[in-house]
Ligand binder design. Sequence first.
Ligand code: FES
Length: 83
Amino acid sequence: MSKPVVARRAAYAVAVEAGEKYFWCACGLSAKQPFCDGSHKGTSFTPVIYTAEESKRVFFCGCKHTNKAPLCDGSHSKLKPLA
Ligand code: FES
C-alpha cells in the first residue's frame, strides 16, 4: 500500500479542544475517521499528531491527499473522478 485510501471526498469538521492531541489517520483505513484506530498496522503509514492551540472547529482532511496534513487544503476537489 503506497497510496492512502480516500476515506471520503470532503473534510471532516471537528470541534477541537485547546491543548488536546488528535491522531489523524493518514492511511484512510480507519473506521473512526478522521482519526487513527490502528488500522495502518502493516502499511507504510502512521498517524499525524495534531495539537490544538485553541478550542475551535477545524477541518481535517478526509481524502488523505492534502499537502497540509492533517488539515484539508482542498485537494479532494482535484482527485480523479470515480470510475
Ligand atoms: Fe490510518 Fe492509523 S488507521 S493512520
